[in-house]
Design a binder for this molecule. Structure first.
Ligand SMILES: [Zn+2]
Length: 113
């Protein structure tokens, strides 16, 4: 009978220990799971970037002002430019991303505008 009681005590102790560990894990859970927040922020950032359009008079990320450059691109039409950096946009406000040397030249046949 003594052995049986000892076994029951050990089993109950193990269950309590397990319950305590489980509760601690659950309490710690929300703090160690910031992933959904990051994911939502990243999604918002991606969606915002896709929607970004500029217009003459808007501010640029560099602090300059976006305005008409008078330059006409054969591919994009009239170009908007920044007073502070070399970014360009199409007239309808879409950002023109010029790839740096090393392959971009091949997609854009050199055609002097
Ligand atoms: Zn700029």
């Amino acid at each position: 009978m003594g052995t049986f009681v000892a076994v029951v005590i050990v089993v109950v102790a193990a269950l309590i220990l397990g319950a305590v560990l489980y509760v601690q894990h659950e309490l710690r859970g929300p703090e160690t799971r910031p992933v959904p927040v990051f994911a939502r922020a990243a999604m918002r950032r991606a969606r915002g970037a896709r929607r970004t359009r500029v217009a003459p008079g808007d501010g640029c990320a560099c602090g300059g002002t976006i305005g008409r450059t008078g330059r006409i691109s054969s591919r994009f039409g009239e170009l908007l430019g920044c007073t502070g950096c070399r970014r360009s946009w199409t007239e309808d406000g879409r950002r023109i991303v010029r790839r740096r040397p090393g392959g971009a030249r091949r997609d854009q046949p050199p055609r002097a505008a």
